[in-house]
Design a protein around this ligand. Sequence first.
Ligand code: NAD
Length: 492
Amino acid sequence: TQLNLNNLDQLGPGVAVPEYDPRTLRTGIVHFGVGGFHRSHEAMYLNRVLNSGGQAEWAICGVGVLPGDARMRDILAAQDHLYTLVTKSPAGETETCVIGAIHEFLFAPDDPNRVIEKLADPATRIVSLTVTEGGYSLNNATGEFDATGADIAHDLQVGAVPRTVFGLMTEGLRRRRERGIPPFTVVSCDNIQGNGHVTQGVLSAFARLKDANLGDWIAHEVAFPNSMVDRITPMTTDRDRQELAAQSGIVDGWPVIGESFTQWVLEDRFTLGRPPLETVGVQLVADVEPYELMKLRLLNAAHQAMGYLGLLAGHTYVHEVCRRPVFVDFLLGYMGREGVPTLKPVPGIDLNVYQHELIERFASPAIQDTLARLIFDGSERIPKFLLPVVRDQLARDGEISHAALVVASWAAYLEAVNAGGPVPPLQDQRGPTLLEAVRRETAQPGAFLQLKEVFGELGDNPRFKAAYLAAREGLRRLGPVGAVEALIETSR
Ligand code: NAD
């Protein structure tokens, strides 16, 4: 059955369909970056809100600004903006749900003014984003807004018709201010620490370059609540489309597949109101930071902890590693003994349950996540996810042996790359520098830690250096699995 409004009642009994009439919806949220994640996460939560009734003014108007988004425009238009979300649990249960919350989609290059008027419309009360980490035009070294990209530079010209997210948002806000309409609230759902603060910095910096007054108005009047988001959502494949057709009889040009777990922790700062998200499983809090630290230092750091060791032990998939007791013990050891002690109290979360739930999620074969994906850009990820734990643990005289073994396994992987060993290729912006530093270790053990742009002052810490050298030696002598076993033995 081709997915569209007329065919909704012909879908099988196992498929959840909207309990509202999508034709009656009105835009309350404009969203930039309608990719897999927005459709498995925010739009799914809004679908729940709409299902609860009486909330028709909270539908989403999606916006795409990149040429590649024309495909989403066409596919959604052909199926009345409906799409299917399939979620898979670690136990192998599957849920299939048709979502109608994105009732409209605008492809900005078709008509930029229409997007700007949508943003200026008083009915638009929230603007949200999932435009990837790279969509914020940040300078990696300074963390500041970088105005030198071609599209940003274009949008900054006087009288330019904007092409970028920040150009369009700024013009929408300018018109609101001119017309006496209060600003919308901006919600970033990208995986960036302090995503609300970062978005505020970028948008107001961009706007100031256009008009200093407007930039100040945005900095002072617009709310940018921070959020922590979580639901593993791999890219949709042809196999997913075929499986959906075979199993549910639904012909959908672009379904979304994700894990069953989902989490959204959001700061409750909305100046023009918000949908009743607390009734559909969203946690509204005053401060997202403790949740964010929990996710970065447990989930994201655990990904680093399994990535290199898993590859060195000959594995390909996350679930293979997370089904081996020795690695499960190691990951729980890292989280419980090193990660957790550095966290702030996380209201409403049982950290012990959270850690075991992570292992269960990682061990799910339905998700097919690869170790190679986890180690992409390690020199960006290790310093953001793992090294802050080491610093905090050193300061409080806590354990660091698990984290030191992870850093040593990164070096061992780089060594294997240098030797042309059977490991996936290195994909890292600092690749040559990393390989060279590891090469120097033959003559000068610990030289890797001297990479200041990665380790900062940590490389000079005697305790960390000693733990790292011991872990390197352990890996050489015992191999990845032996080194992990030895560590578990001594930390019992
Ligand atoms: P995706 O590739 O399916 O979609 C990305 C969307 O962002 C596309 O619509 C694309 O056009 C848009 N985009 C990219 N660069 C842009 C730019 N410079 N300006 C404007 N739009 C731009 O990816 P996804 O899986 O939806 O993930 C998007 C983001 O969501 C991630 O980068 C991450 O920050 C966050 N996230 C994803 C997951 C996940 O498991 N996929 C989990 C948590 C958070």
